[in-house]
Design a protein around this ligand. Sequence first.
Ligand SMILES: [Zn+2]
Length: 124
Amino acid sequence: MTRKKSRRPGEGAATSSWTTATRTVPRFVPPALQCPDCGAVAVGSRIAHPETCPLNRGVNKVLDEDREWFEAHPGASVRVRPVTPAEVADLLAAGADRPTGDVIVLNLAPGLRMRRFTFAGGAR
Ligand SMILES: [Zn+2]
């Protein structure tokens, strides 16, 4: 009976040492993903930058350039271009790997485009 008693929470030496052990084990808390320019913190893997954020402006500029490129090339469905520094910074801030090489921009429908970045080991 003394054995059973010592396993109840708050009673006996065994319970006390177990409680102490769980309190001393450090929890892994991943660092918050944050925009290096505006300081916006990520929710999931998305960062909601304010309009004034230089990094966000840089990404929006290249997205506008993609749109203009497809408008100038109405028969094209794919554009391959080099990755821009703003896109690299944006991906790194969101916790992604550093892209290497070209970006493959797919024109899926009018006004709907998708960028595929190239990483060491191939596009994802
Ligand atoms: Zn930002």
